[in-house]
Unconditional design. Sequence first.
Length: 164
Amino acid sequence: MQSASALQVTIRCFGIWNIALGLLSVVLVSSVAAWLITWHDEPIAWSAGVLPVLALVGLGSLISLARRHPIELRWDTQRWSVTEPHRGSGDIDASGVRVVLDLGGWMLLKYRSDASSPYLRRSGWLPVQRRGVEAQWQALRCAVHARGAPQTTPAVVDRQAQRG
């Protein structure tokens, strides 16, 4: 099987991901708030203090979603690399990028960095949507779904040479 062609994609749009995480935050904060309100028949003084804190936590998480930074994803026909310029960590060589969820116009990718990578971050999630990378979308989908060319080890090469 052939490997996909090389590509470099800068992911800037996280709209669908932000909406999903925002809804999850709202549901979580609402659930805890509803539990606090219905926990006792009579209101408790500390629950009145916890509700504003929960509201601030929810607001803070929504604000942090709006401050996402671009991520560069590269495939050089042999290996993946991920760059998060805002972290100043340089390239992270990824031993693989795997599609966790593919909804056609949106994908959730998981990358795992090489064991030899000096960075503490060993894996990460990449929410990618078609909006913002329309020109490269098909090439990106082909690259993440394609299996790389099988790597031949010296033992395999020796056996092939002996047979042929």
